[in-house]
Design a protein around this ligand. Structure first.
Ligand code: ZN
Ligand code: ZN
Length: 397
């Protein structure tokens, strides 16, 4: 390993498409972003297919790729990533699920898949579920951000190949089915847990209070995305470096923890539009002193993309630019800085898309090409050309 340090900043979902109503510009092209553009001018740019050309990345697969892991080889469902993100130390025999707190009526039909986007009280609700036993299987349950949570089934003879309980729309709750015969016990335990969750949650004081206030009660847990952890060679070991990550959103924290990065909790880094950009900048600067690689995820652009909000996305780009400016001001010039996105979330699509994302790498002796701006179009003429996500870290190293 060289003595050079690396700071990689990922603007989640910030990459976009031209928007007709705004002069066919993308939010990045519209934004005032002196720090990002300065970085592009001082470095080398390109575009990136984070998973592969034409493939729409999820944030989870995208981040695995950006950290140099082939998502097709390590991916077993989002459950383990969510569980690691909320701080559960997974064992290889565990089966983990992502969950929503949701609202069902008496006939077990889902009336609100996010229980009115419940934000408070979920830690009490999670505690009521954590530690219960079902046929010799122990349940671990933790709340995640907003209406989300993570469920882990721990016991003998479990297998992650079971179908979702979450119907993913407002219809009757599904029975989990084993996809292979070996997973029968897991599906049974999961179905029993879900029924038990409605009993426990329906009578919980948090929900009695919600009903009093006219809010939908979080009276069921809907698991999905079952998975088990695979043996991942820790990133630090792979490259002989010390790595840390700054992220607000549970899923990204989970991935970084799964690959053995240090992920301190940064107060104010929420993963939402209200995230504290300055707190993230401070954390990144602090960590780069003691680590070789610091990875920063800013989620807010993805949120604005899903909301289809062009102006908000421009604002997010400008906020990230402010954060980057603060970082660059105090950063040693030998640090190699990478700036990119994990995928596009175009406001015209309101979902992730397969459009390649812009990338710029600057400092530490990186070449300087003619690109003067950080955006989807300018980056495409850069000297890096068009690469895949798994190639990024090796190139930066
Ligand atoms: Zn993402
Ligand atoms: Zn997204």
């Amino acid at each position: 390993m060289t003595e050079k340090k690396i700071l990689l900043i990922v603007c989640d979902g910030l990459s976009d498409r031209p928007v007709k109503e705004f002069d066919k510009k993308t939010p990045l092209q519209q934004a005032r972003k002196p720090a990002m553009d300065a970085l592009a001018r001082r470095g080398v740019s390109g575009t990136m297919d984070v998973i592969g050309p034409g493939i729409i990345p999820g944030s989870d697969t995208a981040h695995l790729a950006l950290l140099g892991y082939d998502p097709y080889k390590v991916y077993t469902g989002r459950g383990p990533i969510e569980a690691a993100g909320v701080g559960i130390e997974l064992r290889k025999t565990d089966v983990a699920f992502r969950c929503n707190f949701a609202t069902v009526d008496k006939s077990m039909k889902v009336v609100d898949r996010r229980a009115g986007r419940i934000r408070s009280g979920t830690s009490e609700l999670a505690k009521a579920l954590d530690g219960i036993k079902i046929d010799g299987v122990t349940v671990l349950f933790r709340e995640g951000s907003e209406h989300r949570g993570a469920l882990v089934l721990r016991g003998q003879g479990l297998d992650h190949r079971v179908s979702d309980v979450d119907p993913h729309s407002e219809m009757r709750v599904l029975e989990s089915k084993p996809i292979v015969p070996k997973a029968r016990k897991t599906a049974q335990a999961l179905n029993k847990f879900v029924r038990k969750s409605t009993d426990i949650l329906s009578n919980h004081p948090v929900n009695k209070e919600r009903i009093k206030q006219g809010l939908p009660p979080a009276n069921i847990v809907l698991p999905r995305g079952a998975g088990s952890i695979k043996e991942l060679e820790p990133l630090g070991q792979r490259y002989g470096i010390k790595c840390a990550a700054v992220a607000g959103v549970t899923l990204v924290k989970g991935i970084c923890r799964l690959v053995g990065m240090e992920v301190p909790d940064v107060p104010g880094a929420t993963g939402g539009l209200d995230t504290d950009f300055k707190a993230k900048a401070d954390a990144a600067l602090r960590l780069i002193h003691s680590h070789d690689l610091v990875f920063v995820n800013v989620k807010a652009g993805d949120v604005a993309g899903h909301d289809g909000d062009f102006r908000m996305k421009v604002q997010v780009a400008e906020n990230i630019d402010m954060m980057l400016g603060l970082v660059l001001k105090d950063l040693h010039e030998d640090v190699v800085v990478g700036l990119t996105c994990d995928h596009s979330t175009p406001v015209s699509v309101r979902e992730h898309s397969a459009d390649p994302v812009p990338l710029t790498i600057s400092g530490g002796g990186a070449r300087i090409d003619g690109v003067k701006e950080f955006d989807e179009v300018a980056a495409a003429s850069g000297a890096i050309g068009r690469i895949r996500g798994v190639d990024l870290l090796p190139i930066m190293l």
